[in-house]
Design a protein around this ligand. Structure first.
Ligand SMILES: Nc1ncnc2c1ncn2[C@@H]1O[C@H](COP(=O)(O)OP(=O)(O)OP(=O)(O)O)[C@@H](O)[C@H]1O
Ligand SMILES: [Mg+2]
Length: 1075
């Protein structure tokens, strides 16, 4: 609403199309008024006019970006963001490639405007890692290009000294993919010369101020611009411009774009070379022929340059001081004069720098270019030098103004075309408007056959003496009658005295004014030739970057064809640019410089008026208003003005167009003021629109009062209703609360009363119940006593005798029964070794229990015995007998317990060798084993076979298996054995027996216990007499030679295993060592 108001503010209309009356003064006044209010942007339809405020304004904040994002162009305050947004949306949503043409004179704010457009588009298009990188690269190309291509001029501290056109490419979603930058006509003369108060290109000052000591040393530079001839040997720091910081920013920007450190170094080296070339001094000398020649005055600088570019200093010196001329087939080396030498040096510096700049632009393009194959939409931004009129205008101004002339042509054609197309689209009757078409001026300059540029080229290529005079003469002849061409000659021919037109000059009536050009230097600048010696010298350098800048220096590629002229190249690149721009939807930003002193908010009307004129703003407005000054879609129009009609307010149910028609007919506007298009309403004069706007303002205040009235009424009503409702609610709550309290009180009292009453009743009942219980208890006791008495009286006689005994017996019987039943269930295991028995539960049962235990054990043993075989029985009997004989008497006994009594150890039946012995024993054999017999004479032992039969004891020789000694059992008097665990036995024989003649036998048996047991048993069976067994340590034996006392000594483990060792001690003593 506010924006629309400013657009239509009669004092300072936002859109100059609405200006009434339309005069130069009113237009200027409006711009001035707006400028005073800090509204630096103004529209002419969809063209934005921007007046440089020369001070930062708070209108580029992120909030502003948001405000203009997706805005309605005419519904918001005029702003550069609005045009950027409109262009971007049209590109994104309607697939129309866009170009933004920014024009204006130096210092008018073109570069700033282009940066604002780019930053706006970057801010509103989508975000993402890849997209942000692309955006950053595109934005960062500015500091790099500005460092190398911008310089301080009198008019602008940061003047772009080249034309720039940047195509930003987007994908179908409107995300930036990359871009392409084209550069036009760098002002290279600035490299070698600049007027006082201006500066060379920023990069030189930035490098010297911001380069580290190490970098400067590497580049062989000295800090401070006062050391360099090309920098006018003067200190030149600019207020508000920090060269060192800008140098760092430029380096950072290069890194973002993707320059490698090696590339940056090479770039700075070449830059340093240009700077140092300015310090190469020449001195004059004379050749032998008397011709003037030049030489290097002080070779240090030249040597350093050659070190930097890795070139032989001699080559460079020769290239600078002499020139190779080809005459027929000969090559002649001509020396150059000092002035020619300096010309050469400067030409070289200019060429190196301008080629370096082209390389820089190409290098940036390599980084930001979009991969081929992707479908793209393009937004081009053109920031090109504006129209220039100086005191002395040369070739550059001619070229620049030609370019501006072309842009103006585009502007006129496209604006008109668009306007006409819109009328046709909307079906509105249209009478073509007269306007100045500058095609004739363009043709004057660019006509390929007889245009000024073609003539210049022709003059440059012409053999013979070539100078600017012949060129002007030719022009004078050709354009003698041309309306837009003037010179001294043509004026003279028309008898017009024009002192402002000197010789060697021509004047062109540009669309923006008359400009007089001095043709001096036209041919040289158009030729733009560099001596072959210099390009060859540069190519010979081993510095890769520098060498690549001079491909024509390669002797292999020497061509006699002249390179295209500067004018020709420029014409072509302008033609390409125009073609490019024609293919896109144009958006114009026309920058105006308000004063010459770069002062903030100072508006010099004369200066602005001049710009208004040459920018053709009046024409622009006129063309725009030739048809209808204002147009708008029916819907927003009806929305805005519907309150003016009784039928359309507050709601219109029909179509927007019908609504608009009804509304406007009700307002009784003159019909010639209105035209109804298919989608838009057209209003011819701004006055009508202002009238509409005024009525709207009045109606709005009426409506506002009405709304206010209604609102106030509604507010009071609703407040009253609210209060009433609240009051009802409060009183309802209060009453409810009071009643609730009262009810609670009553309830509490009732409960209390109830409790008392219930308590009283309960207590009374309890008392009664207690009395009743007492009565019952008393009655039961009495009845029990009574019944007892009756029973006792009845049963007294039965209880009198034996009752207790019978009772006791009964109890005993029950207990015994229980005990026996328990035993039956709990009998110990049948193993004879198991002696366990459950204990008696009562003391009076202990005896019986013991008895039962014994009975059970005996019974168990009997059961065990009954199942034994006779052999086993005999064996056990033998074991029993052995126990009776030896248990606790001889140590050997305990060892024998584990050994079963086998009886037969020799295997008589199996072994045929013992056949005879078998025959002796026959069925009577009790035991057979090998024994050792102790020699009675010396105590040594000899092996013998021992056979015990039921009648005899036989000793046999083991080898012959022949009985040696046969004893009848009755001959045995007794047997002596030791207490120890040895197998020694002395067999005492009766003296009467035949065998006894030789005396007692001393034997050592390995089954001593079994042998003696079996001997005892056999003897018992045969003679019914027990064997006389002596278990003793000392006994006497009777040998043939008398009695021998045998003493048994227990020793520690002997040497001869378990065999006792018998030692004779004299004739009547023998000592036996046992273990
Ligand atoms: N919108 C703006 N707000 C504030 N200051 C501005 C604005 N536009 C331009 N300026 C100031 O004006 C100066 C010159 O602007 P800029 O460099 O854009 O001019 P130019 O038209 O590109 O000139 P040239 O043709 O010499 O390159 C800027 O350095 C800046 O100080
Ligand atoms: Mg600029």
């Amino acid at each position: 609403m506010e924006a629309a108001t400013t657009l239509l503010d009669a004092e300072a209309v936002g859109d100059l199309v609405l200006l009434d009356p339309l005069t130069e003064e009113s237009l200027l006044r409006t711009l001035q008024e707006r400028f005073r209010r800090s509204d630096i942007y103004t529209y002419i339809g969809d063209v934005v006019i921007s007046v440089n405020p020369y001070r930062p304004l708070p209108i580029y904040t992120p909030e502003k970006v948001q405000e203009y994002n997706n805005c309605n162009f005419f519904a918001v305050k005029p702003h550069i963001y609005a045009i950027a947004d409109d262009a971007y949306r049209s590109l994104r949503d309607r697939d129309r490639d866009q170009c933004i043409l920014i024009t204006g004179e130096s210092g008018a704010g073109k570069t700033e405007a282009s940066k604002l457009v780019m930053s706006y588009v970057a801010a509103v298009c989508s975000k993402g890692e890849e997209v942000d990188k692309v955006k950053e690269q595109l934005l960062q190309s500015n500091p790099v290009l500005e460092a190398f291509g911008n310089a301080k001029t009198i008019r602008n501290d940061n003047s772009s000294r080249f034309g720039k056109y940047m195509d930003v490419e987007f994908d179908f979603k409107g995300e930036p993919l990359g871009g392409v930058i084209s550069n036009y006509l760098l002002e290279k003369s600035r490299i070698v010369r600049h007027t006082k108060g201006e500066r060379n290109f920023h990069i030189f000052y930035q490098l010297l101020a911001g380069g580290s000591a190490q970098l400067l040393q590497q580049l062989k530079l000295r800090q401070g611009s006062q050391h360099y001839g090309y920098l006018n040997r003067e200190k030149s720091s600019l207020p508000g411009m920090d060269d060192a910081a800008n140098f760092r920013a430029m380096q950072d920007a290069m890194a973002v774009i993707g320059f490698s450190p090696a590339e940056v170094t090479a770039l700075l080296e070449v830059t340093a070379v240009v700077l140092k070339l300015g310090n190469v001094e020449l001195s004059s000398c004379y050749q032998a022929s008397g011709m003037e020649a030049c030489s290097i005055a002080e070779p240090r600088e030249l040597h350093e340059i050659c070190e930097l570019i890795k070139l032989d200093p001699g080559t460079l010196e020769q290239a600078l001081c002499s020139r190779t001329v080809k005459a027929r087939d000969e090559t002649v080396l001509t020396a150059l004069s000092v002035s020619q030498g300096y010309y050469c040096r400067d030409a070289l510096a200019k060429n190196i720098y301008s080629r370096l700049f082209d390389w820089l632009v190409n290098r940036i393009n390599t980084s930001i270019q979009v991969k081929p194959g992707k479908q793209r939409k393009v937004m081009g931004v053109l920031d090109i030098y504006g129209f220039e009129i100086f005191q002395d205008n040369g070739f550059e101004q001619f070229i620049i103004n030609y370019c501006n002339e072309k842009l103006q042509q585009i502007f006129i054609l496209m604006t008109l075309k668009e306007e006409q197309e819109e009328y046709v689209r909307e079906g509105i009757k249209w009478t073509p408007v007269e306007f100045f078409d500058n095609g004739i001026i363009c043709d004057l300059i660019e006509n390929s056959k007889c245009g000024i540029l073609a003539m210049l080229d022709e003059e440059c290529l012409r053999p013979g003496v070539v100078n600017e005079d012949t060129f002007v003469t030719k022009l004078n002849q050709l354009f003698a009658t041309h309306k837009h061409y003037e010179s001294k000659e043509t004026q003279n021919a028309k008898h017009v005295t024009d002192l402002s037109l000197p010789q060697r000059c021509f004047r062109i009536h540009h669309y923006a004014g008359k400009v007089t050009y001095n043709v001096t230097g036209f041919i040289e600048k158009n030729n733009d030739l560099l001596f072959r010696d210099l390009s060859q010298a540069m190519w010979a350098a081993r510095h890769t970057l520098l060498r690549s800048l001079f491909p024509e220096g390669d002797p292999q590629k020497v061509s006699l064809k002249l390179p295209p002229t500067a004018g020709f190249q420029f014409k072509n690149s302008v033609a390409t640019l125009m073609k490019n721009l024609y293919s896109k939807n144009p958006n114009y930003i026309r920058c105006i410089k308000p004063n010459d002193t770069k002062t903030a908010m100072l508006f010099t009307p004369e200066l602005v008026l001049a710009q208004i004129r040459y920018l053709g703003l009046m024409e622009n407005v006129r063309v725009r208003r030739a048809g209808y000054a204002f147009r708008q879609l029916y819907s927003p129009f009806l929305q805005r003005y519907k309150m003016l009609g009784t039928k359309t307010w507050p709601r219109w149910s029909g179509s927007d167009r019908e609504g608009t028609e009804v509304l406007l007919s009700e307002l009784k506007l003159p019909p010639e003021e209105l035209a109804y298009g298919y989608t838009k309403i057209f209003i011819r004069s701004p006055r009508t629109l202002f009238d509409l706007e005024k009525r709207r303002q009045e109606r709005i205040s009426e409506l506002a009062t009405l709304i206010q009235k209604m609102f106030r009424g509604w507010r009071c009503r609703t407040q009253y209703q609210l209060m009433r409702k609240s009051q009802i609610i409060i009183s309802a709550w209060f009453r409810g609360h009071a009643q609730k309290n009262k009810y609670k009180q009553m309830k509490r009292s009732a409960l209390l009363l109830q409790a008392y009453a219930r308590g009283w009743k309960s207590r009374r009942l309890l008392r009664e119940l207690k009395v009743q219980r007492h009565r019952h208890l008393a009655a039961s006791i009495i009845s029990a006593y009574w019944k007892g008495y009756k029973v006792r009286r009845m049963y007294r006689r039965y209880f009198r005798s034996g009752a207790s005994t019978r009772l006791a017996n009964f109890i005993y019987r029950r207990l015994v029964q229980k005990f026996l039943m328990g035993l039956q269930k709990n009998l110990p295991p049948m193993s004879v070794q198991d002696r366990t028995w459950p204990p008696a539960p009562y003391k009076f049962l202990a005896g019986a229990n013991q008895e039962l235990k014994n009975i059970f054990y005996h019974w168990k043993c009997k059961k065990y015995r009954d199942q034994l075989t006779p052999q086993r029985k005999a064996l056990l009997q033998a074991k029993l007998c052995a126990s009776e004989l030896f248990k606790d008497k001889k140590t050997l006994y305990s060892k024998s317990l584990q050994q079963p009594f086998q009886g037969e150890y020799l295997g008589l039946t199996q072994n045929p060798k013992y056949q005879k012995l078998h025959a002796v024993a026959k069925d009577k054999l009790v035991m057979a084993e090998s024994v050792m017999k102790v020699n009675r004479a010396n105590g040594k032992t000899v092996p013998r076979l021992l056979l015990l039969t039921t009648e005899h004891l036989v000793l046999a020789d083991p080898k012959a298996a022949q009985p040696k000694t046969v004893l009848s059992l009755s001959d045995i008097r007794g047997v002596s054995v030791t207490r120890f665990s040895d197998g020694l036995l002395a067999l005492h024989l009766k003296e009467t027996s035949t065998a006894g003649n030789k005396g007692d036998l001393l034997l050592v048996s390995s089954h001593l216990i079994e042998l003696i047991t079996r001997l005892h048993q056999t003897l018992m069976a045969a003679t019914s007499q027990a064997l006389a067994l002596h278990i003793t340590d000392q006994f006497s034996t009777r040998f043939q030679k008398g009695d021998v006392a045998i003493t048994v000594v227990e020793s520690a483990k002997g040497s001869n295993n378990d065999v006792p060792v018998c030692k004779k001690r004299g004739s009547h003593k023998m000592e036996v060592l046992v273990h």
